[in-house]
Design a protein around this ligand. Structure first.
Ligand code: FE2
Ligand code: FE2
Length: 179
């Protein structure tokens, strides 16, 4: 029996955030000349951002977002709505598409690129101040991104995907994991 995929993505957010907590502290409180524990937290954060966070984003990019795109065509399609509702439906659809596009095409690549850059900086033993600056920027981006998914996309997805569509998404995520 597969887990509900929206619940799975949400619990992955919580897990990633909990594991990034030492990184968040290191970024916000580290002295200019970082000690070993701070450097270790920065290194571990960079590792999470270039492994498990990427895997999470890939589940969304490859499985979850395409399922929403497919479902939204039906849900917002002209055949399923009354003429008088078109204006508000279209506004809703436009907002949905704009949000999905920002999450998918702007923020995910920025997270991937920023994580890779941070990892290179850590590996090159860069100036701690530079690490903190980039680390803080990345955390702000991830906070914003997770908030948009949790407050806008996931609740909308609950209305868009029925039980059987959710089951398909869950199974496809598991197939992606097995690859
Ligand atoms: Fe995402
Ligand atoms: Fe996410």
């Amino acid at each position: 029996m597969s887990t509900d995929p929206i619940a799975r993505l949400l619990s992955e957010h919580q897990d990633l955030m909990a594991r990034l907590e030492p990184f968040r502290r290191a970024v916000s409180t580290a002295p200019e000349a970082a000690d070993d524990a701070t450097l270790a937290a920065l290194r571990e954060g960079a590792r999470i951002m270039t492994t498990d966070l990427i895997a999470h984003a890939k589940r969304e990019d490859d499985v979850f977002f395409p399922a929403l795109e497919a479902a939204v065509g039906g849900a917002f399609g002209p055949t399923t709505v009354m003429r008088s509702e078109h204006a508000s439906i279209h506004a809703g659809a436009d907002e949905f598409h704009a949000t999905l596009q920002e999450l998918n095409e702007v923020q995910h690549p920025a997270i991937v690129e920023g994580g890779a850059k941070l990892r290179r900086l850590v590996e090159d033993a860069a100036d701690p101040a530079a690490l903190r600056t980039l680390g803080a920027q990345l955390l702000a981006l991830i906070d914003d991104h997770f908030a948009k998914e949790e407050q806008i996309l996931f609740p909308m997805s609950r209305n868009l995907l029925d039980e059987s569509q959710l089951a398909v998404v869950a199974r496809e995520m598991e197939e992606l994991d097995a690859r």
